[in-house]
Design a protein around this ligand. Structure first.
Ligand SMILES: [Zn+2]
Length: 677
């Protein structure tokens, strides 16, 4: 069950999960806006990103263990050091109550850090899994094995998972999705420019190297690699693109099992689903065309090639939990070649990265120690200010009819929010984690989470559940719950600083809150109503005007050049760009509402409160990345690169031009600004 492929209607995060991290302890002063970040030779009316981030970037090079670096990642890095402290504390405790949060995360971390035990075990625990692939004699057996290993997140051509039914968001439904590529996107296979050709060659080399390490001779390994690449290439040709997958209504294809089987008779769905033992009348197929195409591939591609393909994915799923050399090879391709990272992270960070399945438990221990309860009230007030500002904005829209406005306001009023941490914590006390074997712990954890997910099928949706650990530095909007969620981890500088002026905080965390609110009204979120159900609540005319505005925004971003010849994909990043533009606009007006009747805040460092709103947002996006990182980002990430998250929205805002005194013709003052929300 490849939950990682279950992207439909999934939560929309503030930023991609590009795990941040460097070595050194942070001692940087985080209060307010750090003026030393400014490049005074740049003009705010020409390039606000350069103005606000130029010096920061110059004096904060990308650490060798990273592919990008910014204020956001620096905070996440500081957080990792705190989390390390928690993990070490519990790893040092022996005899903790079995199944307690401390036992689970402590023993997991202990087993991962016990590198001698990992080396000594070698591939002994893993080998039987591979032997079972070798023992398969036909595609039916292989599909059954794909289902079984799906419990442990081994990537396969198809994957299933359970989440709220898009049309009836109070009940959980089963989804069937495409999957099974080893590189991050189909474009990596299909593009034929010189950079991508080189990546393709290195990928094949990576596959071969891994098989050699696993004991195969060079010639056989190269042969396997070529076969595997050929299988994945043919699958990539049939995969939906990321832009196609943004069209949520088109992904909603409920079918009976018989209908699915009729779509692809060569795929043994009985063998596949029997493993899970699920009872269902319907499964929602996100890409029927892909399933149909897979039918042909299953027949056309020789079984031995499919076997080689699956051997690779089984090995790939395990490499991070096997001896060091396996992880090193993985790093060489995925981090170095694809992202431009120079050095591997220290082991404790890699283990921390693997602990994701225990995020709830880790978050629990984190907030006990670090959550600033006093911040919660302040942020709640900001959420309501943002909502009030949105109400006024919607009421005053000139492009939307009263009929649709009514519905939009209904949705806005129904927004719920979660701040800090869950009201009730999950109980994982029957999860088996011990100090003995890291590999076994990872297997137990992934299976446990998969079973937890599948058990939800047909059950009512638990609206109290969190989709992110409380310690995580991020935020999200979940259209199916119509809720915005801000974990404790993000309520820290540069997002939220209890010691900073309100203008700065409204621009930063206020902008984030507005951003998440706006996801409820972006190209995807606008398909869902107040209850989180996918329904069309728009009149045709309003939808057409909305689409015209969003097309213009898409064009604006597609014109941004990231590297020579490499542009932002305006369609892929549309939802995030709508959210950035809406969010910052809302933050501006929420601040005005907040200050209404109060004594105006003083200028600080020579900047007016209005200017500081924009400085607050820009400070969050002080960030840079390697060329490889940027190339990967524009292909796979729905978020625009940091610089465009600053200049993109601001150049559309008359409020910005006014605050900074920009004139017609200035780059930061677009001649025809786009106003959506
Ligand atoms: Zn977002």
């Amino acid at each position: 069950m490849n939950l990682k492929y279950l992207t439909i209607g999934a939560v929309v995060m503030l930023s991609a999960c590009t795990d941040p991290k460097p070595e050194e302890e942070s001692s940087e002063k985080t209060g307010g806006f750090d003026v030393s970040a400014i490049d005074s030779s740049a003009s705010p009316c020409n390039d606000f990103f350069q103005f606000t981030a130029g010096s920061w970037i110059k004096y904060n090079p990308i650490p060798e263990t990273e592919s990008s670096w910014g204020r956001f990642s620096k905070l996440a890095e500081d957080n990792k050091i705190r989390i390390k402290g928690i993990l070490e504390e519990y790893a040092a405790k022996e005899g903790q109550a079995k199944g307690s949060d401390g036992q689970l995360i402590g023993d997991f971390f202990y087993s991962g850090m016990d590198s001698l035990a990992v080396e000594e075990l070698g591939t002994k625990a893993f080998d039987p899994y591979m032997e079972r692939v070798d023992a398969t004699t036909n595609m039916s057996e292989l599909f059954a094995l794909m289902a079984e290993y799906g419990y442990n997140n081994v990537s396969a051509p198809i994957g299933i998972g359970v989440q709220a039914d898009l049309m009836n968001s109070s009940v959980n439904a089963l989804y069937l999705e495409q999957g099974g590529l080893g590189m991050p996107d189909r474009d990596y296979y299909l593009k034929t420019d010189s950079v991508n050709k080189e990546i393709q060659a290195k990928y094949k080399k990576h596959l071969a190297n891994l098989f050699v390490l696993y004991g195969m001779d060079e010639a056989a390994a190269t042969d396997q690699a070529n076969r595997i690449y050929n299988v994945e290439y043919k699958m990539a040709e049939q995969h939906m693109s990321r832009v196609e997958m943004r069209n949520i209504p088109a992904l909603y294809n409920p079918m009976s099992l018989d209908e699915v089987k009729a779509l692809a008779p060569n795929v043994d769905f009985d063998a596949y689903f029997n493993v899970y033992g699920l009872t269902f009348d319907e499964v929602i197929v996100t890409g029927p065309k892909y399933i149909k195409a897979l039918n042909k591939l299953v027949k056309d591609i020789p079984f031995e090639d499919w076997k080689a393909y699956y051997r690779w994915h089984v090995l790939d799923a395990a490499v991070l939990y096997l001896p060091y050399e396996y992880g090193k090879l993985n790093f060489e391709f995925y981090s170095k070649t694809l992202s431009g990272t120079k050095k591997m992270q220290p082991r404790w960070k890699r283990i921390q990265g693997a602990i994701g399945g225990l995020n709830e438990q880790l978050g629990h221990l984190y907030v006990e120690k670090y959550f600033p309860e006093e911040s919660k009230k302040q942020v709640e007030q900001m959420v309501e200010d943002l909502r009030s500002a949105y109400r006024v904005r919607i009421a005053n829209l000139t492009w939307m009819s009263d009929t649709t406005k009514q519905k939009a306001l209904e949705k806005l009023n129904a927004f719920t929010y979660k701040i800090g941490y869950p009201n009730k914590w999950k109980d994982y006390s029957d999860l088996e984690i011990s100090r003995d074997s890291y590999f076994q712990n990872v297997l137990n954890m992934s299976k446990y989470l998969s079973e937890e997910n599948l058990a939800k099928l047909g059950q009512p949706v638990d609206r109290d559940e969190w989709g992110m650990g409380a310690h995580i530095v991020n935020a999200y909007y979940n259209p199916l719950n119509n809720e915005v969620v801000f974990p404790a981890g993000i309520l820290q500088p540069p997002f939220f600083d209890p010691n900073a002026d309100d203008a700065l905080n409204y621009g930063a965390i206020g902008g984030v809150i507005g951003h998440e609110f706006s996801h409820g009204f972006d190209d995807q979120g606008s398909n869902f109503d107040a209850q989180g159900n996918m329904t069309n609540w728009w009149t045709n005319g309003d939808k057409a005007r909305f689409n015209a505005l969003t097309s213009a925004l898409s064009e604006q971003y597609s014109a941004y050049e990231v590297l020579p010849g490499v542009h932002v994909n305006g369609d892929l990043t549309l939802g995030e760009n709508i959210a950035d533009l809406g969010g910052l606009t809302l933050a501006y007006y929420a601040y005005k509402i907040h200050m209404d009747g109060k004594t105006p805040e003083a200028n600080i460092d020579g900047f007016t409160p209005e200017q500081r709103i924009f400085l607050g947002w820009a400070q969050v996006w002080q960030k840079h990345g390697t060329d490889e990182y940027l190339r990967n980002q524009v292909t796979t990430d729905p978020h625009s690169p940091a610089s465009f998250r600053v200049v993109g929205p601001m150049s559309n805002m008359p409020e910005y031009s006014e605050a900074w005194g920009c004139q017609d013709g200035d780059a930061m003052k677009k001649a025809e600004p786009i106003v959506i929300w």
